[in-house]
Design a protein. Structure first.
Length: 115
C-alpha cells in the first residue's frame, strides 16, 4: 500500500490549492479515503473523508464550505480542493486510508498560508 501526495505550496490568504494523492497496492475503489493535516506543535487532525464508490463525504467544521474532497476511482486518485485558505490552514497534509485493518499514511505535502 502506498500513498503519494502532491500539490502543496505557499499561498496568500484567500487563495486556493488543490492537493492530489496517488494510491497503489490495493483495490482503491472499495475503501474510504481521508485527508489529515498537522500544524506545527499540534496533533494530526482529520480534515475530510470520502466513502468508497463516490459515497458520502465528511468535513472538519473548520473547513466546511471551503474544502472539497473528491476521488477518481479509475485513476486511483483522491483530491482535496482548498479554497479561501487561511493562515490556520498551514500544515503538512497527509493522505490516508485503513486497508486490511491498518492505517496507512503518505509522506505528506506542506501547505503554507501567509501574507
Amino acid at each position: 500500500v502506498q500513498f503519494v501526495e502532491s500539490g502543496g505550496g505557499s499561498v496568500q490568504p484567500g487563495e486556493s490549492l488543490r492537493l492530489s494523492c496517488a494510491a497503489s497496492g490495493f483495490t482503491f475503489s472499495t475503501y474510504a479515503m481521508s485527508w489529515y493535516r498537522q500544524a506545527p506543535g499540534k496533533e494530526r487532525e482529520l480534515v475530510a473523508t470520502i466513502s468508497n464508490f463516490l459515497g458520502p463525504t465528511k468535513y472538519a467544521d473548520s473547513v466546511k464550505g471551503r474544502f472539497t474532497i473528491s476521488r477518481d476511482n479509475a485513476r486511483n486518485m483522491v483530491y482535496l480542493q482548498m479554497n479561501s485558505l487561511k493562515p490556520e490552514d498551514t500544515g503538512v497534509y497527509y493522505c490516508s486510508g485503513v486497508i486490511g485493518g491498518k492505517r496507512y499514511w503518505g509522506q505528506g505535502t506542506q501547505v503554507t498560508v501567509s501574507s
